[in-house]
Design a protein around this ligand. Structure first.
Ligand code: PMP
Length: 390
């Protein structure tokens, strides 16, 4: 074995010994409420396709039609020759629906987050992040070279005292709007007030709120009745409730013009396929024409919580489609996930370092495509498994 391979296999063995090895399971069907896996049909309770748009006939048709027109690959980055009329139309529609000056589409959310933060911040600056922010936000803060610190989860007093203590040219507060592994919502009004009070900029990642929260599905700002144009930097992804791929940032004309120049993951990557942009436009229009999906999703969330609480499940405080069940021990989380699979449910165990030590969990997510009976069956299965564990 080469020294490289010895190093790699030791790292892998250590992960496995701590029950932290991640395994990719191969599925034989598109992402949907039922998944085919090893010849079995499983009920999927862990996808982020919250509205069921990923396999919606109109979204698929837009994708197929646009791929006939535009081909598959975009062929180049946006600044070379990859920026098509479809991309521009998507950005214009996003800006119009959110009531902001401009929007910019990125190839992935991870790239948007690292790109935005490291374009805006550098050594003389300071970045303040919620402790439970998504990895891409944390990486962006670290890569920027700015002074980097994390504050206690959703604790505005802790954030405020950090902001007061630190001297910096510019200060940026960064928070998930809906926390991806917990499902709770950041207090946007308090974050905005805190940013204003300390003369700091605010960036919100609404990956899990956009499409789901608010009457029109416009995300966490709409949930709090805050106009998007009051949010200095609003970012959301397109691969979750929107059911396609990629991400965007929305804000002032100056913000977007600046990012086009300085966000390296924007400048130096191939543009997303134009057909994805077209499919995304079709999906965005469904937010309006099929608002019943959002209504049904929220009814299902309420139903799950009602039944879960009656069954004594230790649910976390969340009104979003992310309804994690805290387990604690990684090995127990893996065991429960495997037992659920035996019973016909697909829910993966989320373990450190994705979540803090000793807080492994089953990250249950709900979709507008689920049926009440399926949710009842899940609650029964969880109740039965957890009762036999104790
Ligand atoms: N932000 C949050 C909060 C996320 O949950 C994710 C996806 N897991 C991302 C950003 C990254 O988005 P993408 O999958 O488009 O890279």
């Amino acid at each position: 074995m080469t020294a490289l391979n010895t190093f790699l296999s030791q790292a892998l063995q250590e992960r496995a010994a701590n029950n932290l090895l991640r395994v990719r399971q191969q599925v034989d069907s598109p992402c949907g409420v039922t998944l085919q896996w090893q010849g079995k049909s499983l009920l999927n309770f862990c996808s982020n396709d919250y509205l069921g748009h990923a396999n919606h006939p109109l979204v698929k048709k837009a994708f197929v039609d646009a791929s006939e027109t535009w081909g598959v690959g975009s062929g180049a980055s946006h600044l070379i020759s990859g920026h098509s009329r479809e991309h521009q139309a998507l950005e214009d529609e996003l800006a119009a629906m959110l009531g902001v000056e401009a929007a910019l589409v990125f190839s992935t959310g991870f790239m948007a987050n690292t790109g935005i933060i490291s374009a805006l911040m550098s050594a003389p600056d300071a970045v303040f992040e919620d402790r439970l922010n998504h990895a891409s936000l944390l990486d962006g803060g670290l890569q920027s070279g700015a002074r980097f610190s994390r504050y206690a989860h959703n604790d505005i007093d802790a954030l405020s005292s950090k902001l007061a203590r630190v001297e910096a040219r510019h200060k940026l507060i960064v928070s998930d709007a809906v926390f991806s592994m917990d499902g709770d919502i950041a207090p946007l009004p308090e974050l905005l007030a805190c940013a204003e009070q300390h003369d700091a900029w605010l960036m919100i990642d609404d990956a899990h709120g956009f499409g789901v929260l608010g009457e029109k599905g416009l995300g966490a700002p709409e949930h709090f009745a805050i106009a998007h144009k009051r949010m200095p930097i609003y970012m959301a992804t397109l691969g979750k409730a929107i059911g396609t791929f990629g991400a965007f940032v929305a804000g002032s004309r100056e913000l977007i013009d600046y990012l086009v120049q300085f966000a390296r993951p924007y400048v130096y990557t191939t543009a997303m396929p134009a057909a994805i942009a077209a499919a995304t436009r079709a999906s965005l229009s469904l937010l309006q024409t099929e608002s019943w999906r959002r209504e049904k999703l929220h009814e299902l969330i309420a139903h799950f919580r009602r039944c879960g609480e009656q069954a004594g499940l230790s649910l976390m405080p969340s009104i979003t489609p992310i309804q994690p069940l805290l387990v604690g021990d990684s090995e127990k989380a893996l065991r429960l996930s495997a037992a659920l699979r035996e019973k016909g449910f697909w829910i993966s165990a989320i373990r450190p370092p994705t979540v803090p030590e000793n807080s492994a969990r089953l990250r249950i997510t709900l979709s507008a495509e689920h049926r009440v009976e399926q949710i009842d069956a899940l609650v029964d299965a969880l109740h039965e498994l957890l009762s036999s564990e104790t």
